[in-house]
Design a protein around this ligand. Structure first.
Ligand SMILES: Nc1nc2c(ncn2[C@@H]2O[C@H](COP(=O)(O)OP(=O)(O)O)[C@@H](O)[C@H]2O)c(=O)[nH]1
Ligand SMILES: [Mg+2]
Length: 450
């Protein structure tokens, strides 16, 4: 079990030099430790930024803010010391706090304490990590939504409707001879169905949520010399891949991060797919096929200025694992084939002139679900949440099945057991029910000071 008896300290700002740096102290002795550091007799005044001079270790002029429990991030007494952002000063402050009785915080321990003290639920604690790690504004917005509790609220609503139904079912069990039933089977089945519908609405956009949270992988594939590396560079706005008229120039996978409509994308340029003769190129081709098979979106590039060869035809005919977009390149040159041949929805571009590239980016963004607004439904973006919602739904489905079975009726006890399973899964999402292992796993993602 995690202990919250002691007082913890850590640098809360990133490593390196900066205008200011913040050391955070949380726990019972936070104010007393601040007193030792500054030599002040009086405890710091609550929630008022107070100028002070550090009296132990390396001297500095600092601003101290004291947040008494429970009105703080962790729910405990918290002192934040804003010093000049020098690693020497911040390190010395941490050592002085430790000499005064604090312990160095573990990764994520401030947020863990906030969770254990009921300041945040598990969804919100995970959102803190997502928010810190966000690299696009869309990711940050999705994380902030969860931090605000939009998903939490929806799950609580479902959970409380479920508990209400369970209470009535239990009453029917406890008072079987009262001459009436608290719930009719048909009515109960309808209620459970309605709950399933609410879960389905949450899960409807889970795939998109996952792409936003975790980022997407986009692979650029095609035969040699169609312009894959040129397109890769154009999408990155950088000259990252080597482009030459010599087929087989790209032999390994090149991966770079890009922002496509707010989705953090890892863009992969691959070797041209063909029967390669030398081993290096063969390995490149194998890696290219592999990248194409796991990508969330595959861009299949064709060259319109030369006739399609059998390998192009084969790639066109292949069923991609996930989404695919056909990009017909080099439309600045005279066409060698009619573009009707390409799949419907193919986009015409010339990477050389830039024609069609913006439209391509827009199409990619909408295929990744980046365009739509985030506001109508909270987004389930975390795989852990989606899995538990699916488990909850499966238990509800069993309950409906039992409630509506004709012939011999299934006892309320079994139905209740299914509903309890469903409730348990919901409680695991928010962390009402949790294990130390799960908490350790979730909070180990954080860095120290968070
Ligand atoms: N005319 C024309 N040439 C292009 C276009 N895109 C790429 N190329 C040329 O096609 C050749 C192969 O390009 P590259 O990006 O290396 O193709 P890859 O082998 O598929 O990666 C290079 O000489 C490029 O300059 C385009 O839109 N129009
Ligand atoms: Mg290339």
């Amino acid at each position: 079990m995690f202990s919250t008896d002691d007082t913890i300290v850590a640098i809360a700002t990133p490593p390196g030099r900066a205008g200011i740096g913040v050391v955070r102290v949380s726990g019972r002795d936070a104010a007393a430790i601040a007193g030792v550091l500054t030599g002040a007799e009086e405890p710091p005044r609550p929630r008022i930024a107070t100028f002070a001079t550090i009296a132990t270790g390396v001297s500095d002029q600092v601003v101290i803010t004291f947040f008494p429990a429970p009105h703080s991030y962790t729910g405990e007494h918290v002192v934040e010391i804003s010093a000049h952002g020098s690693p020497v000063i911040l390190g010395s402050l941490v050592e002085a706090a430790m000499a005064a009785g604090a312990r160095l915080a573990e990764p994520g321990e401030f947020t863990l304490r906030a969770f254990l003290n009921g300041k945040l639920d598990l969804i919100q604690a995970e959102a803190v990590a997502d928010l810190i790690e966000a690299v696009t504004p869309l990711q940050a917005r999705a994380a902030f939504d969860q931090l605000e509790g939009t998903l939490t609220t929806k799950i609580h609503e479902i959970e409380s409707a479920l508990f209400d139904l369970m209470a009535r079912l239990e009453a029917s069990l406890d008072f079987p001879d009262e001459g009436y039933h608290f719930v009719q089977r048909k009515g109960a089945a309808d209620e459970v169905d309605a709950l399933r519908k609410r879960i389905a609405e949450l899960l409807a956009h889970a795939a998109r949520g996952r792409l936003i949270r975790e980022g997407a992988q986009i692979a650029i594939v095609g035969t040699p010399n169609v312009g894959k590396s040129s397109l890769f560079n154009a999408l990155l706005n950088a000259n990252r891949a080597i482009v030459t008229p010599i087929p087989g120039t790209t032999r390994d996978l090149l991966t770079e991060r890009a922002d496509i409509g707010g989705v953090s994308v890892s863009l992969v340029d691959t070797a041209g797919l063909r029967d390669a003769s030398d081993v290096i190129e063969q390995e490149g081709v194998a890696r290219a096929r592999q990248a194409g098979s796991v990508a969330d979106l595959t861009l299949l590039v064709l060259d319109r200025s030369r006739p399609l060869d059998p390998e192009d035809e084969r790639l066109l005919a292949a069923r991609p694992a996930r989404q695919r977009l056909v990009v017909v390149n080099k439309v600045d040159l005279p066409p060698a084939w009619s573009t009707d041949v390409a799949a419907a929805g193919a986009l015409m571009v010339s990477v050389r002139t830039g024609h069609g590239v913006d439209a391509l980016v827009d199409r990619m963004a909408s295929m990744l679900g980046a365009g739509e607004s985030l506001r109508d439904q909270p987004l389930v973006s975390n795989v852990r949440h989606a899995d538990l919602l699916r488990q909850s739904d499966a238990a509800l489905a069993r309950a409906v099945e039992a409630l509506t079975r004709s012939g011999h009726t299934i006892s309320e006890e079994f139905i209740l057991a299914d509903l309890q399973d469903a409730a348990r899964a919901l409680q695991e999402v928010t962390g009402k029910r949790t294990t130390d292992d799960l908490l350790a796993h979730i909070f180990s993602r954080f860095c120290i000071g968070k």
